[in-house]
Design a protein around this ligand. Sequence first.
Ligand code: CP
Length: 323
Amino acid sequence: MDALNTTNHPRHLVKVDSLTLEEILRILDGADEFRDPTNGPSLLAGKLVCLMFFQPSTRTRLGFDVAVKRLGGDTTSLDGPKYEQGMGWSEPLEDLLRVVSDYCDVVVVRHPSTIALEHALPYSSAPVINAGSGREHHPTQALIDLYCIRSRMGHLTDLRIGMVGDLAGSRTARSFVQVLAHWAPAELRLMAPPGRSLDDSVTSAFGAGVVVRHPCLVPDDLDVLYVAELPNAPDSPPYDISLRAALGVTPARVTALPEHAIVLCPGPRLDEIDREVDGSHRAAYFAQSRDGLRVRMAVLAHLVKHCTNKAVQYSGRWGTMND
Ligand code: CP
């Protein structure tokens, strides 16, 4: 730790708790200003953002790539088969982060281990944005979920929110519930197979009677239905037809939602939502991924002021450059 910059710690976004409520609201309001992403201010002009993905991603990786470029910045990446297959793990993450943050102004990291990411953070001289770590954290997805709900419902308080799927295995579900604690839902209905719900430590911030648990999808009276993956992972219960019958999002179940309700899914959508649901006016999951771009632009705009200016003042053989 001797050579670390201890006087000028960069600002990181690792979990939803890294942000105050005021900052979250500023980001959501800021995202409104990027409704036309092609017309954003050049807030990242001259900035280079590194995308370090140790797990596959479509929305988050491409969303950050495009968001940076829409804000006038540029990206480079440390991903591809080598890192996604874990071959890069032989080099400690802290060493990688130390090297990369010396080259770039912001680092966006997706990693299978939250512990490894948190351990490596002090070695970064640039702000780090967590693009999904372990089973615990996906803060920018949680902000996107909030933004999508607020822009369609007009508010975030007093809603009946249902969450269905393998909630225990979902970092997006966990992050969403953690950030939702800033508001007071009328009900948080957790619909998951036995042993795959969120445990009490995640939901302890909610008042008595708010959290309701079911082993199957109960759509009645929900304002928002949040759909997580159904268990498929090697360490989850095996593929189970009856489980899909109990928890799958079918056209009939979506029709049973109130008229104004919305269906969200952080993606990727596999077999948890019937494709026929896509035609419903309640299906908001593709709009949600579209909203993701402006939310990520707002996150970058919020963090850019914490970037260390890596440009150097140069005077010598090639003349004078003052960046
Ligand atoms: N929601 C989400 O994280 O999607 P990707 O895995 O495609 O980034």
